[in-house]
Design a protein around this ligand. Structure first.
Ligand code: C5J
Length: 235
């Protein structure tokens, strides 16, 4: 199938494509979690949920591998570097008690993926200790064992965990197609810059597309209309 994208449309074999949904956790999207503890307006991330859900539903229907990631730490913080924990006011740091349980700790309510995007049985969930989904995880193994060479990437935040993961994936030889409307940032300018950096220089880290373009491709419709949609949504 052909996915309309920037800088160029991309031909992919659906059998080798996975949907990778990055960190759509309550800790980042809902009040009282890690994102808000860092002083962010978490409501800015909500817009990414419906496009992610639409692509998730379509990917499941098409039989694509769907992989979810979560950022978080062990309850004893033994996998959390001091350099990460010591930032911010102590009452709001990683491991502190918040309204959704201890902030950014595995097993706490805030660590869960938001209900609209909850993993289905059998879908791999990659728990990662930091920004990149390949760092100290078995994601590469999971993808290689399924013969995956192309990742449709959405999630939060665009310039942090999405960009870090895309750069890691690019270095490992994966083709990354980032869905602009399926990603979000607390900072609109960083969202735009994060996408611009991926697709610049002939797609130095990958491609940028939209949920609509991917839905079109998965439905087997011609990519021409999708090209126009992508141009409208990404510009
Ligand atoms: C952050 C993430 N922003 N998932 N994590 O700390 O982007």
């Amino acid at each position: 199938m052909v996915i309309s994208a920037e800088p160029d449309a991309l031909e992919v074999d659906p059998a080798q494509v996975a949907l990778l949904i990055i960190d759509m956790q309550r800790d980042f999207l809902e009040p009282g979690g890690f994102g808000e503890s860092l002083g962010n307006d978490v409501s800015r991330l909500a817009a990414a949920v419906p496009p992610c859900r639409a692509v998730l539903d379509a990917a499941r229907r098409a039989g694509l591998l769907v992989v979810h990631t979560r950022e978080g730490h062990r309850p004893d913080l033994s996998d959390a570097p001091r350099a990460k924990v010591e930032r911010g006011a102590p009452a709001l740091r990683i491991g502190a008690q918040g309204p959704m349980g201890r902030i950014l700790i595995r097993g706490e309510p805030g660590h869960d993926i938001v209900p609209a995007l909850a993993p289905a049985p059998g879908e791999p969930v990659i728990d990662k200790p930091d920004k990149g989904a390949f760092y100290q995880t078995d994601l590469d193994l999971v993808l290689k064992n399924r013969g995956i060479d192309t990742l449709l990437v959405c999630g939060v935040t665009t310039e942090v965990c999405v960009n870090t993961t895309v750069r890691e994936a690019n270095d490992r030889g994966y083709r990354c197609v980032v869905l602009a409307d399926g990603c979000a940032s607390y900072f609109p300018a960083f969202h735009e810059a994060g996408l611009a950096m991926i697709k610049a220089q002939g797609g130095i880290f990958g491609w940028v597309s939209t949920s609509e373009a991917v839905l079109t491709a998965l439905a087997g419709r011609p990519p021409r209309a999708a090209a126009l949609q992508a141009a409208e949504m990404v510009s």
